[in-house]
Design a protein around this ligand. Structure first.
Ligand code: GLV
Ligand code: MN
Ligand code: MN
Length: 440
């Protein structure tokens, strides 16, 4: 392997930025973002564009039974690929970079290898996974969960979305129910580039996050049923008001997170809590609601603390419902324990980033990512780049072009370094492009 040859290899920033713009133009929304909810017509159009780019590059494209798409470039030897990827579905108020950056940077890595005639030892793959957001079909990371065998594909195909649509039927409708089996083949390593979606890197003036893991996620849907009645004539003490209970629960979710953080170590495992969806029926000014439907999103990097938060919420819901005389049914929409990434991959990301002249911070991810699923089956890590003002799941999401390019170059060199690493067994053998001798 020739260390010098690849040392100066860089992605084509203009090409990457152009592709980001082209994909963002599908499902455009006010404010410069995109709406491509999973398995909608817009998602199909985004998929078609990325698949076209994959085929233009001569990649071997496979689509599996849950609609995950993987483009593969052969290596000198056969066997599992060094893989990257992310998602191209968005929340309804999506930005241009969440997920899209990871997929398009992966494509750019492969195009860079192709144009420079670089042959890797192992195959290299880029994929996009179905319904990472979970905003239409819970849970989030659905496609990658099925890919690694965490949920049977039959179960996933039956999931009903917030609009009543069914995953399997929507996959058929948009033409993305493929024939490759699930679970899919494990890569030899996986690394995902993503925007941070939080404020840390920008606030500290750091360009690259070497992501150490992902916090645990707990999503619960509460359906509260009471007694609908006249808002003017029903005495307060006679009400069974789901709207009141929903509002109290929403306030409690905020309070419990604030209380846990006040008690915990500064900068330690932080609890967050969100009520992101709340609907009342019949939702009229002068009617005590008949029912309320709401979601609670709780997250913590510490599993025991996350369980504490869940138990606190359950106690409060039970007490408040009993006092108001309403009934509550609960449904778990997603529950994933915190994930720790493979030190070898995390260290490779940090090492490569420093050698490329970037500042680096080791940090956990607050958002869920496909990489946390892949971590179940192969050595996995992630690269973060800064998000302006920490804003995401919002059309105002922004990352400076220089940081997008820096992240893609770190991804390129990380994949090349991983290509040269022996990842079998516990011993880390540096055999790659960034050997200690060749780079100093
Ligand atoms: C998924 O992207 C999430 O973190 O909500
Ligand atoms: Mn994402
Ligand atoms: Mn997202």
């Amino acid at each position: 392997m020739n260390a010098e040859l690849h040392h100066g290899l860089r992605i084509d920033g203009d090409r990457l930025l152009r592709r980001i713009e082209d994909l963002a133009a599908i499902g455009p929304i006010d404010g410069g973002g995109s709406c491509r909810l999973a398995l909608t017509d817009e998602d199909r159009a985004g998929r078609d564009l990325v698949v076209t780019w994959m085929r233009d590059l001569g990649l071997d494209v496979t689509i599996d039974a849950i609609g995950n798409v993987i483009g593969m470039r052969a290596g000198r030897t056969d066997g599992p690929p060094t893989m990257t990827g992310s998602h191209i579905d968005t929340v309804r108020t999506g930005g241009r970079y969440d997920g899209n950056l990871g997929v398009l940077a992966g494509l750019e890595v492969i195009e860079t290898l192709e144009r420079n005639g670089v042959q890797t030892e192992h195959p290299v793959a880029v994929g996009f996974f179905t319904d990472e957001e979970g905003a239409r079909f819970p849970p989030d990371m659905l496609g990658s969960l099925v890919y690694v065998g965490g949920m049977a594909v039959e179960e996933a195909l039956d999931i009903e979305g917030i609009d009543g649509a069914i995953v399997g039927a929507e996959l058929d409708r948009i033409g993305y129910r493929g024939t490759s089996p699930c679970p899919g083949p494990s890569p030899r390593a996986f690394v995902e580039l993503h925007v941070e979606q939080g404020p840390v890197l920008e606030a500290e003036g750091i360009t690259i996050g070497a992501v150490t893991g992902v916090q645990g996620i707990s999503w619960t849907e509460l359906t509260i049923t009471g007694q609908s009645n006249h808002a003017g004539t029903t005495p307060m003490e006679l009400r069974h008001d789901p709207g009141y209970v929903a509002a109290a629960v929403a306030a409690h979710v905020r309070d419990l997170a604030v209380r846990m953080n006040a008690a915990g170590p500064e900068g330690g495992d932080r609890q967050v809590g969100t009520v992101g969806r709340l609907e009342l029926e019949p939702n009229l000014v002068n009617v005590v609601a008949a029912s309320a439907s709401m979601t609670v999103d709780l997250r913590n990097t510490d599993e025991a603390l996350l369980q504490e938060a869940e138990a606190d919420l359950a106690r409060f819901v039970a007490q408040t419902a009993a006092a108001e005389g309403v009934t509550v049914t609960e449904r778990t929409l997603a529950r994933f324990e915190p994930v720790t990434f493979d030190d070898r991959v995390v260290d490779t990301v940090a090492d490569v980033a420093r050698r490329l002249g970037h500042t680096v911070k080791h940090m956990p991810s607050g958002a869920g990512h496909d990489a946390q699923m892949l971590a179940r089956v192969c050595p996995t890590g992630m690269v973060f780049v800064p998000s302006r003002d920490g804003v995401s799941h919002n059309p105002a999401e922004h990352t400076d072009p220089a940081d997008l390019v820096a992240g893609a170059d770190v991804l390129l060199q990380t994949m090349l370094a991983l290509d040269g690493l022996s990842l079998d067994g516990a011993t880390l053998q540096r055999a790659g492009l960034y050997s200690e001798e060749s780079d100093r």
